[in-house]
Design a protein around this ligand. Structure first.
Ligand code: ADP
Length: 238
């Protein structure tokens, strides 16, 4: 049994069939990217795992337990979005501690956890700042710390780098991967950027029109694409 099992997932919005027979098993601690062009259903898969969308059909199991009927806050999932979704009127420390407060973690323990998370993202001294006083890259690191503070079982990253400058994008993706490995947290990363997926993932799911075209390691996807779409999309066919 895999740590996270997604089986036969289907999702339609009215007549639009967005996710079709989507299957994916993810091992504990694995970093898996969903890669594909805009509109192919990546975010919808992620939102179903998070519990923000309900599938029309299929199962999402974490350690054997079906999540589909659990509310988002019961799933123990952390999520980081593309645009910085920090609370602008809260300090960095308050942002990072937000989920802990909601969960009723005692103040002292929460303060320790916040300090631990700020150290983890390399911003130990910025707890008193407000989001507008941070760079885009720093804001995304805080968003990551906030997602991780509640010690989720699964981390979902929805294009977390795409709003950043190219240079920051590369350094932050390396850092995200290092933090992910240090915590050994099971992660799904959504991106439309081939190079990003190839450089950061244990495995990649290449999606097209709501379907998983190919699932494999970066090496397999790059060197042995099984469909023309995959070959085109990862740039090995010109
Ligand atoms: P991706 O993340 O790959 O860009 P999405 O999962 O965001 O793709 O979207 C897949 C398709 O589903 C798109 O055509 C999008 O417009 C549509 N879609 C997504 N969410 C909704 C919604 N809540 N209602 C209607 N259509 C939606």
């Amino acid at each position: 049994m895999a740590f996270l099992e997604i089986s036969r997932l289907e999702k339609s919005f009215g007549p639009l069939h967005v996710v079709r027979d989507f299957n994916l098993d993810i091992e504990q601690g694995e970093f898996v990217s969903l890669l594909g062009p805009s509109g192919c259903g990546k975010t919808t898969v992620l939102r179903m795992v998070a519990g923000f969308e309900t599938p029309n059909h299929g199962a999402i199991r974490i350690e054997g337990r079906d999540m589909v009927r659990q509310r988002p806050n019961q799933r123990k999932i952390g999520m980081v979005f593309q645009a910085y979704a920090l609370f602008p009127n809260l300090t960095v420390a308050q942002n990072v501690g937000f989920g802990l407060k909601v969960a009723g973690v005692p103040r002292r323990e929460a303060a320790d956890r916040v300090a631990e998370m700020l150290a983890l993202i390399g911003l130990p001294d910025l707890g008193g700042r407000y989001p507008f006083q941070l760079s885009g890259g720093q804001q995304q690191r805080v968003a990551l710390a906030r997602a991780l503070a509640v010690r989720p079982r699964v981390l979902l990253l929805d294009e977390p780098l795409s709003a950043l400058d190219a240079k920051i994008r590369v350094s932050l993706r390396t850092e995200i991967r290092a933090i992910q490995q240090r915590l050994a947290i099971t992660t799904i990363f959504v991106t439309h950027d081939q190079e990003e997926a190839l450089s950061i993932s244990d495995r990649i799911v290449v999606m097209n029109g709501g379907i998983a075209e190919q699932v494999g390691t970066p090496f397999q996807i790059y060197n042995h694409p099984t469909t023309k779409f995959v070959a085109n999309f990862v740039g090995t066919l010109n």
